[in-house]
Ligand binder design. Structure first.
Ligand SMILES: [Zn+2]
Length: 239
């Protein structure tokens, strides 16, 4: 009997196999379940909320806004230019900006970001996903920021970070109507785009992060992960 299972037994086994494989495909396709995020909050106190609201009103010119929240339609990818997780985290943690004279004049709000990816690919959530964060001139009101610990020189971004960015962007794309995934280096191209909001046309800094190589690999990874309908440039064809 064991050597020659009957046809009904084979059919039952086949059915079970189909159910099990269908379940595993289902979970593999659920970006919420597939994405491991560690909460590691930076300060989100009344001072940061007040300075964020002021930034939105003064810098972005959003005079009617009443809460420091964003409507995400873009993801901006960065590197920290700081070699360790701890030092990167400590840079973003305070509510008020210290040093960095080139940014002080525009706002006292500290720079910050919603997500920070360590060199081993661990994804940390520093702020609520739709909380306002200062990371990209002109686009903070609509952009979720991902910082990667490292730079383009001695601490090049790692393969683990690349995979983590793909996973995280797939998750964000699933949750929010994300239309653009750009590098910080690309943001100047949006100066004439309807999403651009900056009251001073001369307030612009030159950026090179996270590098052309990383952006190309990121788009390859996103395409392989089935993330479509996004683009890197305002007038580019949709991926
Ligand atoms: Zn940046």
């Amino acid at each position: 009997m064991y050597k020659n299972p009957s046809i009904p037994v084979l059919l039952i086994l086949l059915g079970l196999g189909l159910v099990i494989s269908a379940c595993s495909v289902q979970s593999a396709r659920n970006p919420i379940k597939d994405t491991k995020i560690v909460d590691k909050p930076i300060t989100w106190d009344t001072t940061r909320k007040r300075l964020s609201l002021e930034y939105m009103q003064i810098r972005h010119g959003m005079t009617n806004v009443r809460a420091p929240l964003i409507t995400p339609s873009m993801v901006v990818v960065h590197w920290t230019a700081i070699p360790t997780l701890a030092a990167s985290y400590n840079t973003f943690r305070p509510s008020v900006l210290e040093g960095r004279e080139e940014l002080q004049g525009a706002s006292k709000l500290n720079v910050g970001v919603q997500f920070l990816v360590d060199r081993d690919g661990t994804i940390y959530r520093l702020l609520p996903e739709t909380a306002f964060a200062r990371h990209t001139i002109g686009l903070n009101h609509c952009a979720i920021g991902i910082e990667n610990v490292g730079d383009g020189d001695q601490y090049k971004l790692t393969d683990a970070q690349l995979r983590a960015n793909v996973t995280l962007i797939r998750y964000l794309h699933y949750k929010y109507p994300i239309r653009y995934v750009i590098g910080h280096m690309d943001y100047g191209r949006f100066q004439t785009h309807p999403l651009w909001k900056e009251t001073d046309p001369n307030y612009l800094t030159m950026k090179t992060d996270p590098g052309e190589d990383f952006m190309k690999k990121l788009y390859n990874g996103l395409s392989q992960a089935g993330v479509f309908g996004i683009s890197r440039f305002p007038d580019a064809k949709i991926n």
